[in-house]
Design a binder for this molecule. Structure first.
Ligand SMILES: *[C@@H]1O[C@H](CO)[C@@H](O)[C@H](O)[C@H]1NC(C)=O
Ligand SMILES: *[C@@H]1O[C@H](CO)[C@@H](O)[C@H](O)[C@H]1NC(C)=O
Ligand SMILES: *[C@@H]1O[C@H](CO)[C@@H](O)[C@H](O)[C@H]1NC(C)=O
Ligand SMILES: *[C@@H]1O[C@H](CO)[C@@H](O)[C@H](O)[C@H]1NC(C)=O
Length: 366
């Protein structure tokens, strides 16, 4: 008897926990969380997306999903279509889809099956680089569309300095000449954006071309000592071409460039993001971070919400949350929502930033 009493009490407790859990998952998001959600791109691990992701889409506390090779399975396209349909019935839905993105650069850096088969380096070295980059843009658009993705986190705008350096070792730089990199990045962007309605992202502003082999901002802090003159006359040129080609997004790098800001890496730097990229170069599109948990930001602590607030304060619009853990994205949304209410984030800039994201999304037809 005692056993049964215990069991039923235990079951009652379990069902309370389950009800409570289910309740907290379906509770609607606050208005501030919905606003913050537009700014946060989530990721998850493996081929079976967690239910929590669908719950957050229902609540509207999410702006998009970053996909990795490990997420790819034959059912991924229909999964994405299903998420978009769940999102359309959420209270956050403002007439445009979630951003679904991946790194489909070409060569060795391709998360989805399909092209571009040539690396940036092979394109830059080919007989007709502009034609090859145009074809690569078409191939990227086609691969992304097959998987219902609407944003490519490519192309790379770095102008490499030494063979075998950080970008060159994987063939990720079109050329060691700024003019060729500029032509190629521009051709890729125009081709991908017009042939597939897939938005392009020029990265990593102001360029990782002089990062040496092993200077990987994903792993650790990286300092690039190039002078401001050289950064502007060589490294920034491809980004200016990208802006002229109407690139939709730009991703700042996580490297520190003391020539303009000795304290904050480009992506956390008001001087780089707002003064240089927005004001000096006149970029009006969406600025998206590189992965927020990157080791490159270790000097700023391990708290991803803190890092995200710094990125927004610098002038970035979207936060890429790449540790493949849905809870990581949800925590950031909740903390950005608080920061947007308590004055840590400038209210006027925040609402302009949200508008930029929504207007970017309104261009998407997939
Ligand atoms: C650029 O790369 C080419 C091909 O590897 C090489 O021949 C040339 O010397 C390099 N130019 C500069 C300025 O480093
Ligand atoms: C960059 O310059 C700083 C200060 O001059 C120096 O301490 C550092 O070693 C340099 N870093 C690289 C990668 O050259
Ligand atoms: C992380 O940073 C956010 C934003 O500054 C802060 O609200 C939160 O308390 C921090 N979390 C931890 C665990 O320190
Ligand atoms: C506002 O909220 C953010 C995020 O939780 C926190 O880091 C910050 O300390 C808060 N600021 C104030 C003034 O309460």
């Amino acid at each position: 008897m005692k056993f049964f009493t215990y069991t039923s009490a235990f079951l009652a407790l379990c069902s309370r926990l389950v009800v409570h859990g289910a309740h907290s998952q379906t509770t609607s998001a606050s208005a501030a969380q919905i606003s913050a959600g537009y700014h946060v791109i989530y990721s998850y691990s493996g081929t079976t997306p967690p239910d929590q992701l669908t719950e957050l889409i229902k609540k509207g506390a999410i702006g998009g999903i970053l996909l990795f090779g490990e997420n790819v399975s034959p059912s991924l396209p229909s999964q994405v279509t299903q998420w978009q349909s769940v999102y359309r019935s959420s209270s956050a839905y403002a007439g445009s889809p979630l951003l679904i993105m991946t790194d489909q650069e070409g060569g060795q850096v391709r998360r989805l099956p399909g092209g571009p088969s040539l690396s940036e380096k092979e394109i830059g070295a080919s007989a007709n680089p502009v034609q090859a980059a145009t074809s690569a843009g078409q191939q990227a658009a086609s691969a992304l569309r097959t998987y219902a993705n609407n944003v490519n986190l490519a192309p790379v705008g770095g102008v490499y300095r030494q063979s075998g350096n950080f970008l060159d070792q994987y063939g990720r730089s079109y050329s060691n000449q700024s003019s060729i990199t500029s032509e190629c990045i521009s051709a890729f962007i125009k081709s991908q954006q017009s042939n597939g309605d897939v938005l392009a992202t020029a990265k990593h502003f102001p360029g990782l071309g002089s990062a040496k082999a092993g200077q990987d901002t994903d792993a650790k802090p990286v300092t690039i000592n190039t002078s401001l003159d050289e950064l502007r006359s060589i490294d920034e040129k491809p980004f200016q071409s990208a802006i002229q080609a109407d690139v939709d997004l730009i991703m700042p790098s996580w490297a520190l460039y003391p020539a303009l800001d000795a304290k904050f890496p480009s992506g956390l730097s008001r001087k780089w993001v707002t003064d240089e990229l927005r004001d000096r170069l006149g970029f009006e599109g969406v600025i998206i971070t590189d992965a927020i948990e990157a080791g490159g930001l270790n000097a700023f602590g391990a708290n991803d919400s803190h890092r995200s607030i710094l990125a927004i304060q610098a002038g970035q619009d979207s936060i890429l949350v790449g540790a493949r853990n849905v809870e990581q994205g949800w925590q950031i949304v909740q903390d950005l929502a608080i920061a947007s209410i308590n004055g840590s984030i400038n209210a006027q800039e925040w609402s302009q930033s949200t508008q930029r994201i929504l207007s970017l999304r309104s261009k998407i037809t997939i």
